[in-house]
Design a protein around this ligand. Structure first.
Ligand SMILES: N[C@H]1[C@H](O)[C@@H](N2CCC[C@H]2CO)[C@@H]2OC[C@H]1O2
Length: 330
């Protein structure tokens, strides 16, 4: 984090697990999932049932002198993966790296869906545009929106290398986190996402067009999710690949498969090439004969989702000036 007075503070340390980042809400340390695909900052709170709280860091507003209730305010969020949470709202001081935001809306979960109990996270920190924040009756701003004026540049970057510790850099680009020169694509924030045009892709030496398609850059999504025509064209290059209903998506033989690279167009000019080796997500079954692809179907529509498998190959720069999205190989 670099603030205007340029005090140099370490990049925010973060753990590989769910790309969690340890932050302080009024001095209470929590592991939050930094999510560029949503705009709510919510935490496990002491109003959750004991069974849900097991194994989690819990934010207790009663022990925070700076906490204030945002009376009459509620939130409720449903995510694309079917999970969800809801509760009440307050404000407190939220510090990430060296930057503190006072009066940050902190959404207290009094209900969470089951997947959150077993996940290693204590909540989410939304980094999309505040226009999709779910707090009612008065919509609230993201931590980045509140912090950006005090950062040396109104930007943050995601460094999420495969199987290694990473970082979120707020206010500056860390040259140790990427190679070459970043290229940029204009962002359309109409839907509240870091959304760019994504009108073609390349696989196996062929360029395929995706008329009218876009892509959102979403650190909270694990895989790359594309429209069916692209997913089919990709796995047509992989012998033995099948779209398995029982295994929940496209799988292929773990042994003997060399996956092709996937190049996706971001913006009017540039392609980002995800190496095939990053597109083998994990064994799909206990026997380990079938492997589950890192590229899966987004279902319907024309909005592709570039999740963590993208960031395993590229430093992602989320720049409010524009807004624009930049990327450079790790
Ligand atoms: N932006 C994403 C969000 O981050 C995801 N999850 C929601 C709750 C935890 C988090 C990680 O599993 C979910 O999948 C796609 C979209 O919604």
């Amino acid at each position: 984090l670099k603030k205007r007075q340029d005090t140099s503070t370490p990049a925010v340390p973060y753990q590989q697990v769910e790309y969690l980042v340890n932050i302080a809400v009024a001095g209470q340390k929590l592991n939050l999932d930094f999510d560029t695909g949503s705009a709510d900052l919510w935490v496990f709170s002491d109003s959750l049932p004991a069974s849900s709280k097991k194994g989690h860091n819990i934010y207790t507003p009663s022990s925070s002198p700076s906490y204030k209730v945002l009376s009459g305010h509620k939130w409720s969020i449903a995510y694309a993966d079917g999970s969800g949470a809801s509760g009440t709202v307050g404000t407190d001081t939220v510090t990430i790296g060296g930057t503190s935001v006072t009066n940050q809306a902190v959404e207290l979960a009094d209900r969470i869906s089951s997947s959150f109990v077993t996940d290693g996270l204590d909540g989410l920190l939304g980094l999309s545009f505040s226009s999709i924040n779910t707090v009612k009756p008065t919509q609230q701003k993201t931590w980045f929106d509140n912090a950006k004026a005090s950062l040396s540049s109104p930007l943050f970057a995601a460094y999420l290398p495969f199987n290694a510790n990473g970082a979120y850099d707020f206010g500056y680009l860390d040259s140790a986190h990427y190679s070459g020169t970043p290229v940029y694509a204009p962002v359309d924030d109409t839907n509240g996402f870091w959304e760019v045009a994504s009108t073609s892709y390349k696989v196996g030496g062929t360029t395929h067009s995706l008329p009218g398609n876009t892509g959102i850059l979403d650190t909270g999504t694990t895989l790359a999710l594309m429209v069916d025509s692209a997913v089919s064209a990709y796995y047509a290059q992989v012998s033995g690949a099948v779209n398995s209903r029982s295994l929940g998506g496209w799988v292929f033989p773990c042994k003997g498969t060399t996956l092709p690279d996937l190049s996706v167009r971001l913006g009017p000019t540039n392609y980002a090439t995800i190496p095939g080796k990053l597109l083998n997500f994990q064994p799909a079954d206990a026997s380990g004969t079938q492997c589950y692809g890192g590229l899966q179907s987004v279902g319907g529509g024309t909005m592709n989702v570039y999740g963590d498998v993208f960031f395993n190959a590229f430093y992602g720069i989320f720049d409010a000036n524009g807004p624009r999205f930049g990327f450079a190989p790790l």
